[in-house]
Design a protein around this ligand. Structure first.
Ligand SMILES: Nc1ncnc2c1ncn2[C@@H]1O[C@H](COP(=O)(O)OP(=O)(O)OP(=O)(O)O)[C@@H](O)[C@H]1O
Ligand SMILES: [Mg+2]
Length: 202
């Protein structure tokens, strides 16, 4: 006991610069691991963590506003030709708070034919906030299973009042044509379809 008391000043001393740096490094590694477990693309991690600059592009501003929307506005579609920062904005959105997941649409299509299909889809249906990235780029199958899976996923999340952020290269008409009126009606009822103008890179 006496020895412990004697050691108290040492235990409660200010950490050294090296200790602070080591702790910060560990926290950063844990954060990176957490983001990759949610499925956030490696290319976006540095921007999401603020290591690389994050400009206030329309895609990012839309995703930021979507964070505070009430559940009555729970679907956001970011549409653009490419390079507007949709995926980065979606990754940023998924990285805020807990219980989110980032799923590329081709992964959803691939998982439709995997033995882990049920648990995978259950996770996507129930997670609090979900990104479906690049919807429209997934290969469709002859039986229509992939389309049915996308339809079921969006419908389950709609019914469960959970937020979904979708990015796509499809236009409004292209999206409606590919996914049908049922999903389109959901988006009109509880969501927004934002058509982004291509960002002019300097
Ligand atoms: N807010 C931002 N600030 C700075 N750079 C950004 C921002 N958003 C995206 N970028 C960069 O711009 C490039 C294109 O971004 P991103 O991949 O998000 O585009 P996209 O709209 O998803 O394109 P695609 O439709 O081809 O998938 C990437 O190199 C990304 O790091
Ligand atoms: Mg993208």
């Amino acid at each position: 006991m006496k020895r412990m008391l004697e050691r108290l000043p040492e235990l409660f001393r200010e950490p050294t610069a090296e200790e602070v740096a080591a702790r910060e490094d560990l926290e950063k590694r844990q954060r990176v691991l957490d983001l990759s477990q949610r499925g956030i693309p490696e290319k976006d991690v540095a921007r999401v963590l603020g290591i690389e600059p994050l400009e206030a592009r329309t895609a990012l501003l839309s995703a930021r506003a979507f964070l505070s929307y009430p559940p009555s506005r729970r679907i956001l579609v970011l549409s653009g030709m490419g390079g507007e920062g949709k995926t980065t904005a979606a990754a940023w959105w998924a990285a805020q708070g807990a219980y989110s997941r980032f799923a590329p649409a081709p992964e959803i299509a691939r998982m439709e034919y995997s033995p882990e299909r049920t648990s995978y889809m259950h996770a996507l249906e129930t997670v609090l906030r979900l990104v479906v990235d690049d919807l429209g780029s997934e290969a469709l199958d002859r039986e229509g299973r992939v389309l049915a899976a996308v339809d079921a996923l969006i419908n389950a999340r709609y019914a469960g009042m959970r937020k979904t952020l979708i990015t796509t290269n499809l236009t409004r008409d292209g999206f409606r044509e590919r996914y049908g009126v049922r999903i389109w009606r959901r988006i009109e009822e509880v969501g927004g379809f934002v058509e982004l103008a291509r960002f002019l890179q300097s």
